[in-house]
Design a protein around this ligand. Structure first.
Ligand code: SAM
Length: 219
């Protein structure tokens, strides 16, 4: 339950120095980051990107906070991998996302192995839904990328259909993204997270679907 969660009234009120030592706001967000595998993998590869994980579970958020703090200490004084560019916040990403991120401020959103909510009556609990897509489109800048991956084919179809049908997103295939230089991000999406590794151990399938945030159509 998230009854005890506080939400910022607006992104202007967030002091990003609490999260990133240089005080800059995030460029990328990992929605439901779990134990933080993606953050840790991307941090040294993209030192100029500030990446924020959002996680609803208290203990899991604390684990990621401690994990990042330990990495910062272990790598202090190193210029290549400092881990000052990743952080985590406890938040329900399905509520008030525009209170955290300014309009068009993000260039990537990650949804890696989101909870499937199998039963039909639970589909409204899915993290990809028409209402939430409007918020994701709001915080993403045109040209920004949504990465989704899951081992649940039904959830993959659900995310793909909803994102494809939403007017502000267009599907972009893996090959195109790799040729644009996003290959190492895609590799991390497949393999870096704790859930992704579990799927590998169980020899499960992984279904990737990516989307580009298009320009707002002129009215
Ligand atoms: N992305 C991670 C990975 O690939 O290992 C975690 C995947 S896990 C199956 C889904 C995560 O999303 C859980 O850690 C869960 O607590 C988190 N989560 C579920 N609903 C959320 C919400 N509304 N806001 C933030 N996090 C959420």
């Amino acid at each position: 339950s998230d009854h005890s969660l506080d939400y910022p009234a607006s992104p202007e009120l967030i002091d990003w120095a609490t999260f990133f030592p240089d005080g800059n706001p995030p460029d990328w967000a990992d929605i439901g980051c779990g134990f933080g595998g993606l953050l840790v993998e991307l941090a040294p590869r993209f030192p100029d990107k500030h990446i924020l994980g959002l996680e609803i579970r208290v203990q899991v958020t604390q684990y990621v906070t401690d994990r990042i703090a330990a990495l910062r200490v272990a790598h202090s004084g190193q210029s290549d991998a400092h881990y000052n560019n990743i952080s985590v916040i406890r938040a329900n990403a399905m509520k008030f996302l525009p209170n955290f991120f300014k309009k068009h401020s993000l260039s990537a959103l990650f949804f890696l192995f989101p909870d499937p909510h199998f039963k039909s009556r639970k589909h409204k609990a899915r993290i990809i839904s028409p209402t939430l897509l409007a918020e994701y489109a709001y915080v993403l800048r045109p040209g920004g990328i949504v990465y989704t991956i899951t081992d649940v084919k039904d959830l993959h179809d659900w995310m793909r259909i909803h994102l494809t049908n939403f007017p502000l997103f267009e599907p972009v295939d893996e090959g195109a993204l790799r040729s644009e230089g996003h290959g190492s991000v895609i590799d991390a999406v497949y393999t870096s997270t704790e859930e992704g590794k579990k799927v590998e151990r169980n020899k499960g399938d992984k279904w990737l679907a990516c989307f580009r945030r298009i320009e707002d159509p002129s009215r």
